[in-house]
Design a protein around this ligand. Structure first.
Ligand SMILES: Nc1ncnc2c1ncn2[C@@H]1O[C@H](COP(=O)(O)OP(=O)(O)O)[C@@H](O)[C@H]1O
Ligand SMILES: [Mg+2]
Length: 244
């Protein structure tokens, strides 16, 4: 299979070569060449550093290789890009909760994503397959099982249910604008960005989705109270800017 271009953004070309994705930051002719090289090197290094850090906390693509200059090779995540599928998924509120929990986990490690949109999230296909397989396996095993005791019978009944409610594996990608900071202001801006992204792309569901996201975030995040207070201020500033 020939490598194929997945996306060509303002900054980089993203190519898929079988189970690998290569993100290549291309030359920008409007920048002075020396400065351009410096910026591309700095962003490539920063993205790979933050991807590595985030990998310890939430699902993100694993880095396979980087030249620390302009390219990062990472694991390809087969699945659904959330921007295109969220509206049609039955469990969208649960996914919104997962988004909230995962943002909180990043923030607890002082990782600010910087570009939280549903285009930068992939619901992994692997996991969906696993759920289907489990359901098939469990119904077969139930049919052929010989149950010896009441406790075994109980576990036979509860097990498949537990799998049904297991959270979807949601990958966050694109750490190109990410940075480390402990201040609540940056965390509030991150939340404001995902709120705006939901309003823009998933308009009819955005209110309930953001409510579910924020509830889960509040449960998980350290210092949630201060961050939410900041969020209110960020939003007031936003409204002020729009009105004038
Ligand atoms: N590891 C990956 N696995 C699968 N698809 C990816 C992966 N990385 C990027 N993509 C796809 O390429 C698109 C652009 O990549 P991204 O890192 O978001 O670059 P940009 O900075 O240009 O937005 C993503 O929205 C996604 O569709
Ligand atoms: Mg992106």
């Amino acid at each position: 299979m020939k490598p194929k271009i997945l996306a060509q953004g303002a900054e980089a070309i993203i190519t898929q070569d079988q189970d690998k994705v290569i993100k290549l930051r291309t030359e920008k002719s409007y920048r002075l060449p020396e400065l351009d090289q410096k910026i591309r090197r700095q962003r490539t290094k920063s993205e790979s550093k933050l991807l590595t850090k985030a990998a310890e906390i939430i699902p993100v693509p694993k880095i396979l290789k980087t030249n620390n200059t302009n390219s990062i090779e990472m694991q390809h995540i087969p699945g659904l890009r959330l921007s295109e599928h969220l509206d049609t998924l039955e469990n969208k509120n649960k996914i919104a909760k997962t988004i909230g929990t995962q943002i909180a986990k990043l923030h607890n490690a002082d990782i600010i994503h910087g570009d939280l949109t549903t285009s930068n999230m992939i619901l992994s296909e692997d996991h969906q397959e696993r759920i289907d397989n489990n359901q098939t396996t469990s119904s077969t095993s139930r049919a052929s099982s010989d149950i010896h005791s009441a406790s075994e019978a109980r576990s036979e009944i509860t097990e498949p249910k537990a799998r049904e409610i297991s959270p979807q594996k949601l990958f966050f990608i694109d750490f190109g604008l990410a940075f480390i900071h402990k201040h609540a202001e940056h965390k509030a801006v991150d939340l404001h960005l995902i709120k705006q992204a939901l309003e823009a792309k998933h308009t009819i569901y955005s209110e309930e989705l953001f409510a579910a996201l924020l509830k889960a975030y509040t449960k998980e995040a350290n210092n949630a109270e201060e961050i939410l207070k900041r969020l209110e201020q960020v939003e007031k500033r936003g409204r002020y800017k729009q009105a004038y």
